[in-house]
Design a protein around this ligand. Sequence first.
Ligand code: DX5
Ligand code: ZN
Length: 220
Amino acid sequence: MSLPRPIRIAPSLLAADFARLGEEVRAVAAAGADWLHLDIMDGHFVPNISFGPGLVKALRKHAAIPFDVHLMIAPADAYLAAFAEAGADLISLHPEAGPHLHRSLQTIRALGKKAGVVLNPATPVAAVETVLDLCDLVLVMSVNPGFGGQSFIRSQLAKIAALRAMIEASGREIALQVDGGVTAETARDCIAAGADVLVAGTAVFGARDYAAAIAAIRGS
Ligand code: DX5
Ligand code: ZN
């Protein structure tokens, strides 16, 4: 029997108080967050605009936990170096951002960062299969990207399970992350399906007690 997989929680800054971001980052790190999830939106690839590398850089000094940068921008290639220099530890992007996913992943790794591929609810598992050897992370979107506070799409649980099997078969260490509508309840299903990194915006920053919210999502 294999050992239980450690579960990591990555609060999404999108749901934080934007007027007090440095303080919010310090608060979630102190509350037990394993990674900080930073959603980058361009108002073109997704119908919302968030923030860019300047803000990531300004926040970097506020916590030592890994910065997990989720790019929802197209094209992404021109900005990869800027996010690496800003202090990202992981950089993930969508295959639809184009034009060449394999090349983008090579670029992220050449910058010395961990690379991830993000699958939208309608994007099949096959979109990552041929580049899995370049992935440190696969992220399953359990909402359509662009906004926090949406409801968890349950059909994505089967995709998580299929990816868990694919990752096990690869024999490589690849994090399997879920993003969107994650709560203490939906987290149980995500973990049972094989996820090991849970992104949560509203369920953490919308709570009064960040440490209790993180512990509840982790299931500890
Ligand atoms: C959506 C973002 C998510 C979002 C999650 O495009 O990728 O990271 O912040 O927010 P919640 O946890 O509120 O669904
Ligand atoms: Zn995200």
